[in-house]
Design a protein around this ligand. Structure first.
Ligand SMILES: NC(=O)C1=CN([C@@H]2O[C@H](COP(=O)(O)OP(=O)(O)OC[C@H]3O[C@@H](n4cnc5c(N)ncnc54)[C@H](OP(=O)(O)O)[C@@H]3O)[C@@H](O)[C@H]2O)C=CC1
Ligand SMILES: O=C(O)C1=N[C@H](C(=O)O)C[C@H](O)C1
Length: 250
């Protein structure tokens, strides 16, 4: 059986370099290009890449995806910075290339995907919910894509269940003291040397709290999700947002 031809964009970065090794080690995948910021995207078409793994920066990802979709190259995207406006632009490109698939995964680790699912499940049963994400200090964005997505899922679950807005009696606060407000859910971002990628969802009700915590201790935690994304995206045309759609979570 022929191997799936995979390229990595952002190949010298923290996660990109790990992805290069993971693709090289996979029996059913062939690494055909490993590109950095200065390399031409023509290497994608020249190498016959079928899937591009996009692990660059929020300022590069749109141009890279524009190129991939225009050339019918499927994409597995871990890069953050997704807004409604960016998603709409991407969907517009995909409409013109209906056989091409793009997976955007706010987080490729199974533990983080499950954290989001557990938080979504628990959120309607508690009066208060806050998200705390903790990352290495070289991370360019805040809050993390995972924390933003987690808060959006929590807010949607609470709205669907008819929950009242959560109480917050703060009348004075220093700017930022209550974190960022994502759809009504406070999200706090910690940047600390020694950390990699961590998240806590704190839920509080009368006389009890529940904490859902996930820790990525090494970039290897993201690799099974990236490899699964490569294998599945080729038969999933259009936009898939979230790795959970490629997992059988029941
Ligand atoms: N979804 C998930 O599970 C995960 C997502 N991420 C996300 O992935 C992204 C990368 O993170 P991280 O590896 O830590 O960041 P790094 O800064 O370590 O890596 C980014 C790399 O991309 C390169 N780059 C920038 N622009 C381009 C371009 N146009 N073409 C090719 N390469 C380019 C950079 O090169 P240069 O240094 O020259 O600028 C750099 O080597 C972030 O958005 C991060 O949040 C990270 C981990 C997990
Ligand atoms: O930059 C990182 O490191 C990570 N980025 C992603 C995010 O913003 O959620 C995923 C993970 O948290 C690691």
């Amino acid at each position: 059986m022929s191997k799936l031809r995979v390229a990595v964009l952002g190949a010298k970065g923290r996660i990109g370099s790990e992805a290069v090794r993971a693709v090289e080690a996979a029996d059913d995948l062939e690494l055909v290009a490993a590109l950095g910021r200065v390399d031409s995207l023509d290497a994608l078409t020249g190498s016959g890449a079928q899937v591009a793994v996009e692990l660059t920066t929020p300022d590069s990802v749109m141009d890279n995806l524009d190129f991939c979709v225009r050339h019918g190259i499927h994409a597995v995207v871990g890069t953050t910075g997704w807004t409604d406006e960016r998603l709409a632009r991407l969907k517009g490109w995909l409409d013109l290339s209906p056989e091409t698939g793009v997976l955007i995964a706010p987080n490729f680790s199974i533990g983080a995907v499950l954290t989001m699912r557990f938080a979504q499940l628990a959120a309607p049963y508690f009066e208060s919910v806050e998200v705390v994400e903790l990352h290495h200090p070289n991370k360019v964005d805040a809050p993390s894509g995972t924390a933003t997505r987690t808060a959006q899922l929590i807010a949607a679950a609470r709205a669907e269940a008819g929950c009242a807005p959560q109480p917050d009696a703060t009348t004075t606060a220093l700017d930022g003291a209550r974190g960022a407000n994502v759809d009504g859910v406070p999200v706090h971002a910690v940047r600390l040397r020694g950390l990699l990628a961590h998240q806590e969802v704190l839920l509080g009700g009368e006389g009890e709290t529940l904490t859902v915590r996930h820790d990525s201790l090494h970039h290897s935690s993201f690799m099974p999700g990236i490899l699964l994304g490569c294998r599945r995206v080729v038969s999933a045309p259009g936009l898939t947002f979230g790795l959970e759609h490629f997992l059988d979570l029941g």
